[in-house]
Design a protein around this ligand. Structure first.
Ligand code: NAI
Length: 399
């Protein structure tokens, strides 16, 4: 029996190709579906793939506990009730780092654009004004870039910036391996003092809220530039506007905002509009065709591996298990309530059927346990039925 997969919201075709190559049967829908539409369709599918516009509520997931896996072909997973998916034994996979390079490239482009005031001269030229001048226009070579948050994106920016001849310093709350010649800074203020460009790559946390406010902007070098492609809450926008108007910060590129329009039909408003040497972009840091394709590849690979081997590595709501490809024998997968004694019950069933356990992989979280077990010398269907019948079992299948 082929595994039936429902893909919504125009998931990149590379996902369909990859899943079909593994023998899965795919049905694609262009748009997001409503809960009512999903209620009708889902009984036919074992795997569901969505992007950010399809909402999978607690109620919906509880009505479709037969689902084996969900692919979020995007970065965020707020649209999915992850706790309910966990309770129903459904792992959810996303692709958090597929757009890392895209964001890093945008940041590099923005450093040069700010340094040459490209935003302003471009709009002037469109209006018929010819602003040819070298004043205040600089190369980025030899300047210092300060990276706040040296994670996936920050470290990628570091490598690209050094190849352009910038000196790189960085600040992170965790000790990180400096790439190339990058130098770690002990404090944020030390970084701000040394940098000609400051770029932010921290997550949204209570600690990073307004991390760059009036006093941090004051601590930056006069004439330095600020780039924010992380989260809108990280910068105090009013303080930034004040610093720009006072001529302290020389320019800024902002991709993320405290209040972002919900769709392209909504109006965008920001205090930064109309301020000199300010580049505003509509949260497009990670929005490239390559990133979409990488997301399609990464999530479909996770879905294939979880369905074919039981692997749950990278699932956002599930105990993580990395398992090798099955070689001979049978593999039983069992999601169960995380209560004492499950493993001995399962092993008791194996003993009763004289099954030889070749390998067992178990991982648990606060609510569920996830067991992958390779067995030999037993009728797998019989063993499966007994494991499935255990009162602790949530979901059991054979791969
Ligand atoms: P990551 O988790 O790989 O790196 C974040 C780094 O920030 C970590 O090294 C962490 O230790 C550090 N950090 C956390 N709190 C800090 C603090 N208070 N001070 C200094 N460092 C701190 O994350 P990744 O993938 O590099 O993403 C970074 C940001 O970029 C996230 O906010 C993410 O939402 C955003 N992003 C924006 C996109 C866009 O379209 N503009 C696309 C993708 C991500």
């Amino acid at each position: 029996m082929p595994i039936n997969v429902l893909l919504l919201e125009n998931v990149h075709p590379v996902a369909t190709e990859a899943l079909e190559a593994e023998g899965f049967k795919i049905h694609n829908e262009k748009a997001a579906l409503t809960e009512e539409q999903l209620d009708k369709l889902l009984p036919k599918y074992q795997v569901l793939g969505i992007r950010s516009k399809t909402h999978l509520s607690k109620g919906l997931l509880s009505r479709h506990p037969h689902l084996q896996a969900i692919g979020a072909f995007c970065i965020g997973t707020n649209q999915i009730h992850l706790a309910e998916a966990n309770k129903q034994g459904i792992p959810v996979f996303n692709a958090p780092y597929s757009n890392t390079r895209s964001v890093a490239e945008l940041v590099i482009a923005e450093m040069i654009a700010l340094s040459r005031q490209l935003g302003d001269v471009n709009s002037a030229a469109h209006k018929g004004e010819w602003l040819k001048s070298a004043k205040g226009s600089k190369e980025v070579r030899g300047k210092t870039l300060g990276i706040v948050g040296y994670g996936h994106i920050g470290s990628q920016v570091s490598v690209l910036a050094e190849s352009l001849g910038l000196r790189v310093v960085f600040y992170d709350v965790i000790k990180k391996l400096p790439l190339g010649n990058a130098r770690p800074m002990d404090t944020l203020s030390a970084l701000l003092k040394e940098s000609d460009f400051v770029t932010l790559h921290v997550p949204e946390t209570p600690k990073t809220k307004n991390m760059i406010g009036a006093s941090q902007l004051k601590a930056m070098r006069k004439g330095a530039f600020l780039i924010n492609a992380s989260r809108g809450t990280v910068v105090d926008i009013a303080a930034l506007v004040a610093s720009l108007k006072a001529g302290h910060v020389a320019g800024t590129a902002v991709d993320v905002f405290p209040d972002e329009p919900q769709s392209n039909d909504d109006k965008f408003e920001s205090e930064l509009q109309g301020v000199k040497n300010v580049i505003l972009t509509p949260h497009i840091g990670g929005s490239t065709e390559e990133a979409q394709e990488a997301i399609g590849r990464e999530v479909s690979t996770s879905l294939i591996l979880t369905m074919k081997t039981g692997m749950t590595l990278g699932a956002v709501n599930f105990p993580q298990v990395a398992v090798p490809v099955k070689e001979g024998g049978s593999r039983i997968i069992n999601v169960h309530k995380n209560v004492p004694g499950v493993l001995s019950e399962v092993n008791g069933i194996m003993a009763k059927h004289k099954a030889n356990i070749k390998a067992q992989y178990l991982s648990t979280d606060a609510h569920i346990g996830y067991l992958v077990m390779d067995i030999e010398n037993a009728k797998p269907e019989k063993v499966l039925a007994q494991v499935e019948a255990l009162p602790t079992s949530i979901k059991t299948r054979l791969v």
